[in-house]
Design a protein around this ligand. Sequence first.
Ligand code: F6P
Length: 515
Amino acid sequence: MFAEDPGRGDQLVGEAAGLYLDYSKNRVTRETLGLLLELAESAALAERINAMFRGDRINTTENRPVLHIALRAPRDASIIVDGENVVPKIHRVLNQMAAFANQVRNRSWKGYTGKPIRNVVNIGIGGSSLGPVMAYDALRHYSDRALTHRFVSNVDATDFAESVRDLDPAETLFIVASKSFATLETLTNAKTARAWLLTALGDRDAVARHFVALSTNAEEVRRFGIDTDNMFGFWDWVGGRYSIDSAIGLSLMIAIGPEQFAQFLAGFRAMDDHFRSAPLDHNLPVLLGLLGIWYNDFFGAESYAVLPYDTYLARLPAYLQQLDMESNGKRVDLDGSQVDYQTGPIVWGEPGTDGQHAFYQLIHQGTKLVPCDLIGFLEPLNPSGRHHDLLTANLFAQAEALAFGKTTDEVGAEGVTESQIPHRTFPGNRPTNVILGTRLSPALLGALIALYEHKVFVQGSIWRVNSFDQWGVELGKVLARQIASELEEPAEPTLAHDSSTNALIHRYRAARPPS
Ligand code: F6P
């Protein structure tokens, strides 16, 4: 295709909100792209986009609007939910967050003993953790290095123990992040944190200086013992996996400061504006979404890899796993009918160049098709000798090698023995998107997250699934509660599970120390 259409490397590209997308190394002709755009039109994608921005209740199973885009709307915007413009209350919370973040940053927020806070521990899980930890890691370069940030998510006590083992309770602030304030893992960790604090400081009044909450559920926050003056709210129309730019971003705001956080939101907004206004054929989230559908539904690709050539973006693949797989991992459409096509893909990845020395072998020469997004920056944040040139050379080289491979003739011409030739041949034709920004910054990170948020929405719209509910996580939660009581109750419980689950429970109980 490159031989027939030499201009495609300059033409099958796009730019928005500071991000450059080269999608020329995909298995598409201009005709394919035209047909995919027709698919988007036949799914009334433009109308779906308008419906989301308008605040229609597009999360149909929960009867809610989907308005993460409101979280980054300018102060003077008007977005109406149930007759109320929600933008002023969003900015009220942003102001409240900024006032608090500044107090922690300038060390005027003191712990119970009068020592300033130096450690900030976010306790949350899923969208209440993956966004904060990913964004903190990504923007660490811009953070106050005198503050220590930790993120506790797993109900495994090791997570908490290892996160706080070197921290002084008198200098530690816990941010309990939970949209529902009902999540077992988060509440268990928060109670353990409260006990850890009280063991050291000895007075229940200490909780008010060392705990704040990020939630939509004031009643449960109060019940836990956190003063609702120290609660930062958001609303049911913000999905957990779409919440890093809400109050859930408080730990990030403390790390990088309110001004840089405002830049972060501006980056989201720039991508929102592009998504809302650019024609579909120049619209980066639409193009990425359609290319993903091309491989997912027409080539049987089961997954795609996100490969950031930037160590700061190490947690981006994990963040995108929730964003994409919890949104589009659905098997019934909006009407509840079973779909007869593939929906959401598996997302995975690791930073380059580490991944190159681990799993790229399979992407180059394996039997599976794994489309890849390669993400990099023109300028390094930590310039040092040749490092950045070498890093970027590897990104470009991988995209080239994956696309063009190496033929048996080329390998043969190198004088390789006949028997070695198949092993050293690269089939090529392995698709990549290359996403480049000038420099990783708060604004660029915001734009990058919004790019993927909207890409996922484009795909969900075309697959006609509800990208904003997550019923698939409920069954395991209910069973875990029941099994927890069966593991813990002193008298031998009557088990009514399958024989495998019953045997596992018996085995665990047999090993439990007598209570
Ligand atoms: O895993 C399910 C889920 O509901 C996610 O969607 C959400 O991000 C996470 O749990 C945490 O929920 P919460 O913020 O209510 O504690």
